[in-house]
Design a protein around this ligand. Structure first.
Ligand code: ZN
Length: 462
């Protein structure tokens, strides 16, 4: 394998508390040197990439992705999902077990590993189910899932409603040193809701889903984490009350954590009423960042690409998530990339499946809402995409330490661009962010020392 020298970039490696202008030398798939001596150590035939106006950081990790394979390959495949990840700047993804069949046995884990080795262009880590077929009735074989290599267990898409079963699962998971990730949703409170319960659900005549439906399970998880000592990680936190509960629990030293998705800290329930209403009511902080874009996105009311689980909350919820990210209550950023077919989404709002794609827009939206808005430094933001998920899931990733596998993301924090379907590698087109003026973009994604995606031509300009 050839050597690659990334020259002159701003190298940010939160795991090593590094933020400096430096060269990075990659050879034989590993990080060989970072700093002034990197160029001197490079062989004569080294390939050079000038990244002097870019940020160079450990390869980004998205720990919440639905790749839809096996069984739902009309929506996405490991090939297209990992291609979308690479375009978004992600070198590793963690896939959820709500496939068909579900990832509740060692055989399915092996199948995904095999496909990922053949067709994936970024690293694919697998999660196993907590319960068989994610039905919430009987525990999945957690020991054999661990042996097969899962990095965590979750029933994502569903939530274990039986508290006794959840307690036993936590005890098992602790024995096997597996983190438990939970999609927090009390089904008795959110049964038939299609959007956040509040002013807009009433105005639009849609069935509401109260924030307490999430908060209830976050509280349950905190109590069970305290009782069992097992780690519980709350997925895609969307409600202010959930953030508050997690903050208090962490203050008491309990083994709980949380993640947030860009759509939950960018959009609000007003977005379901269409772009005009959203921009008028809750969009100012988002679009007002830079008027020079000149274009504002437009979408109609009841657009099913704004139907997501959990639903977009109120502006108060959005602010609470941003605060939770800033004060460290929520330590992980991820997409909940959930591709669907066009025909599935082209139905009435009530009948459309929940979920939107996110791998290609999450870095830009995170930069806009956290960094460009001056809420969070670049290093703190990158940590939530690298060292934080790596530590949580015990992955040997998320750092540019010498000797580490050379997973590297190069991105332009200021690049202005507009997300279009034609520029997407995903098989699906259920994104609410088409036509959005975005700021910040990955320009090169390097996995194990190999450039799996670069923005050719544009890179040459820098
Ligand atoms: Zn979920």
């Amino acid at each position: 394998m050839n050597s690659l020298l990334l020259t002159g970039g701003r190298v940010i490696d939160p795991a090593n508390r590094l933020d400096t202008r430096a060269d990075v030398l990659i050879s034989q798939g590993k990080i060989v040197a970072v700093g002034a001596d990197a160029a001197a150590k490079a062989p004569a035939d080294v390939e050079r990439m000038d990244v002097s106006s870019q940020v160079v950081c450990p390869g980004l990790i998205d720990m919440h992705v639905h790749l839809r394979e096996p069984g739902q390959v009309a929506k996405e495949t490991i090939a297209t999902g990992t291609a979308a990840a690479a375009r978004g700047g992600f070198t590793s993804v963690v896939c959820m077990p709500n496939t068909s069949p579900a990832i509740d046995n060692a055989g399915t884990v092996a199948l995904i590993d095999e496909r990922a080795a053949e067709q994936g262009i970024v690293n694919v880590y697998v999660t196993g189910a907590i319960t068989k077929n994610l039905a919430g009735e009987e525990m999945a074989p957690i020991g054999s899932l661990k042996k097969a290599g899962v990095v965590a267990i979750t029933d994502d898409g569903h939530c274990v409603q039986n508290n006794e079963l959840m307690r036993r699962a936590l005890e098992y998971a602790k024995m096997f040193d597996l983190p438990v990730l939970d999609h927090c949703q009390d089904e008795t409170l959110g049964t038939d809701g299609v959007m956040h319960e509040g002013y807009w659900s009433i105005a639009l005549g849609l069935r509401g889903w109260p924030a307490a439906g999430e908060e209830m399970i976050v509280a349950r998880n905190i109590l069970l984490a305290e009782a069992t000592g097992a780690r519980v990680h709350c997925q895609h936190v969307s409600a202010a009350g959930s953030v508050r509960l997690l903050r208090e629990a962490k203050k008491r030293g309990l083994p709980v954590s949380g993640e947030a998705c860009p759509h939950h800290f960018t959009l609000t329930d007003a977005a379901v009423a269409g772009s005009e209403k959203f921009i008028e009511v809750d969009g100012k902080g988002v679009f007002g960042l830079d008027a020079s874009h000149g274009v504002l996105p437009s979408w109609p009311a009841y657009d099913t690409n704004f139907k997501v689980n959990p639903p977009f909350g109120s502006a108060h919820d959005r602010e609470a998530i941003l605060e939770g990210l800033v004060d460290g209550t929520l330590e992980v950023l991820c997409s909940d990339h959930a591709p669907h077919c066009d025909y599935e989404k082209e139905v009435e709002f009530d009948y459309a499946p929940f979920g939107i794609t996110g791998l290609e827009t999450e870095l830009a939206l995170s930069l806009m809402q956290l960094y460009h808005s001056k809420r969070l430094g670049l290093s703190e933001l990158i940590a939530k995409f690298t060292v934080a998920p790596a530590r949580l899931l015990h992955l040997s990733k998320g750092t540019l330490s010498v000797g580490a596998e050379a997973d590297v993301t190069v991105f332009d924090r200021d690049r202005k661009w507009v997300f279009e379907k034609s520029g997407s590698a995903s098989k699906a087109s259920n994104s609410p962010f088409y036509g959005w003026p975005l700021r910040g973009k990955a320009v090169a994604t390097i996995v194990g020392g190999r450039k799996v995606w670069t923005e050719q031509g544009e890179l040459a300009k820098v």
